[in-house]
Design a protein around this ligand. Structure first.
Ligand code: AMP
Length: 543
């Protein structure tokens, strides 16, 4: 039997229209490099996004053409998020923390035809200009200085629009945006998002248990808009019509806290490193910042240590842990407790909240070990595989003909995880970061989290180092908090109750910092290289 429903496309233009019609007076606040606040609203944003779409169309942009952005979080980047897809183009957000050579590779692979760049980032673009073939470059005058001679001003480009723009008829399966994987495991690969995937992701992550967004909320995405769609927050804020606060390039803890206080932020999102810095500042300067009661922060991109979740709770700030990847638009799971779990012991509740959470509706998870699909027992580790309407089915130009997709259509994440009987997924490692000692697996992530639970430890990364007898043994690199002391013996004693003896880090080294990649994740490969020649004590009685 045929349904009697309309076949209405799920496109970003419907979200844009909604914001312009229903929420024109709601504010969008952007902080400029000189700390000044630039204030606009959804009415103006709507007009300017459509002006961008019209000017792009007039300048000859064709369906599917890639327009790259090299920009911080501010209202003009938000216009690009909507204006480019509204013209039938594809927004390709470039990660400004990448090395110029990586940017060259990515720009050339994507064949970007235009670029919108913040004036303060022009020096970076100039490093790649001669090795790329971008046809037209528009410069956003962010610093208030005049746009340098030889470049086209983004504001002048917008003025070419008459205001009478008709959207092209967009198919929901057409491309709207594109990002590259962070390339920690080889060449970055392009992931192309459809309108449909972005819209469904927006609905999924906006539900009560993760972002739980209401129009009354004030959202500050600290996660950069050049990292996988800023986790969908820009689309979500525009769809719901919530006030947006965009922090620009100043991302130190004090600047963020000032902005959160001043603009009354109720919801934010970012990687654990940022929240660690914020936590330390709040703890050190008790009462300095008056944050909104019930402030929520979504943490993802790397594991949120349980100790961090506990410490934020003491400050009255609610952390929600989420997991995702470039290939999953990016969010796949988010962690809140189920209603009947409130009666569980405190330790159980925190242990569950520190897991990466439950899959969003329409996202399906499974873990697969060498002996097949793993049971949901919270114990058996296996490779995490995922499928759903906002999960990539192939890479740009590469197709699905790689070992990243299974024959039955699941995406292989490269993460190792357990799923407990309640369905909560817990990342225990990356496949390549697991430690195999004497034939037994050790989770580096569990050791790291436990180490970070010690009051003197700021950060810890655990890696596998080749061992003559046990194949591999864990080595922990530890960064101590400023002014704090701890010995290797004390840290091992701290872990001893929680792990079997053979699982304890065989070596513990104190370092000033742990190497990180451009998206803030630990670069364990670097650590492994650095300590590859470690001289083990042959007497070791560990397993
Ligand atoms: P990317 O594609 O650069 O966003 O990186 C995705 C990878 O980041 C995932 O495959 C995980 O290894 C890691 N990741 C993301 N979120 C979390 C999280 N909440 N806990 C642990 N690892 C995470």
């Amino acid at each position: 039997m045929q349904s009697t429903m309309m076949d209405f496309p799920l496109t970003l233009t419907a979200i844009l229209e909604r914001s312009g019609k229903l929420f024109p007076k709601v504010e969008i606040v952007s902080r400029m490099p000189d700390r000044q606040l630039h204030r606009t609203n959804y009415g103006e944003f709507y007009r300017r996004s459509r002006a961008l779409a019209e000017a792009l169309t007039r300048s000859g942009l064709k369906r599917g053409d890639r327009v790259a952005t090299l920009m911080w979080n501010h209202s003009r980047h938000l216009e690009a998020y909507f204006g480019i897809p509204a013209a039938g183009g594809v927004i390709h957000t470039l990660n400004l923390r990448l090395a110029p050579d990586d940017l060259v590779e990515i720009i050339n692979d994507a064949e970007d035809s235009m670029l919108i760049v913040d004036d303060i980032l022009l020096p970076l673009y100039e490093k790649v200009r001669d090795k790329t073939k971008i046809g037209r470059v528009l410069v956003v005058p962010l610093s208030g200085q005049r746009v340098s001679a030889g470049y086209e001003n983004y504001e002048d480009f917008l003025k070419q629009a008459s205001g009478d723009f008709q959207y092209p008829e967009l198919d929901e399966r057409e491309a709207a945006a594109m990002c590259y994987t962070s390339g920690t495991t080889g060449m970055p690969k392009g992931v192309v998002y459809s309108h449909r995937a972005l819209v469904l992701h927006t609905f999924g992550v906006g539900l009560g248990d993760t972002f739980g967004l209401k129009q009354l909320d004030v959202i500050m995405p600290v996660v950069p808009m050049f990292h996988v769609n800023a986790w969908g927050l820009p689309f979500l804020a525009v769809m719901i019509g919530s006030k947006l606060v965009l922090p620009g390039p100043l991302l130190d803890a004090a600047s963020l806290l000032d902005l959160m206080e001043q603009e009354k932020v109720t919801l934010s999102a970012g990687v654990p490193t940022i929240w660690m810095g914020i936590l330390e500042s709040i703890e050190k300067n008790s009462g300095k910042w008056k944050l909104q009661p019930g402030l929520r922060m979504v943490v993802g991109g790397a594991a949120a240590p349980e100790a961090m979740i506990r410490r934020f709770d003491k400050q009255g700030i609610m952390i929600c842990h989420a997991w995702g990847m470039t290939e999953t638009t990016p969010l796949g799971t988010g962690g809140r407790l189920k209603s009947y779990m409130r009666d569980a012991s405190e330790d159980e509740r925190y242990a569950t909240r520190a897991k990466q959470g439950l899959p969003f509706p329409f996202i399906e998870l499974r873990t697969v070990s060498e002996s097949g699909e793993a049971p949901w027992d919270g114990q058996t580790m296996g490779e995490l595989q995922v499928r759903g309407p906002w999960v990539a089915s192939n890479y740009y130009k590469e197709g699905a003909d790689t070992d990243k997709w299974t024959v039955d259509g699941w995406f292989r994440t490269g993460d190792v995880a357990t799923i407990d009987p309640e369905g909560y997924m817990k990342i225990t490692d990356r496949t390549k970061d697991l430690i195999k000692s004497g034939g037994e697996w050790i989770s580096s992530v569990d050791l790291e989290n436990a180490l970070m639970g010690h009051p003197a430890v700021k950060e810890a990364a655990v890696v596998a180092i080749p061992h003559p007898k046990w194949q591999e043994r864990p080595l922990a690199a530890v960064v101590l908090k400023e002014g704090m002391q701890a010995t290797a013996e004390e840290l091992r004693a701290h872990l001893a109750g929680k792990f079997a003896k053979w699982q304890l880090p065989e070596a513990l080294v104190f370092v000033d910092a742990i190497p990180r990649n451009s998206t803030g994740k630990f670069m364990k490969a670097k650590l492994r290289e650095q300590y590859a020649g470690w001289k083990w004590n042959e007497e070791s009685e560990s397993k």
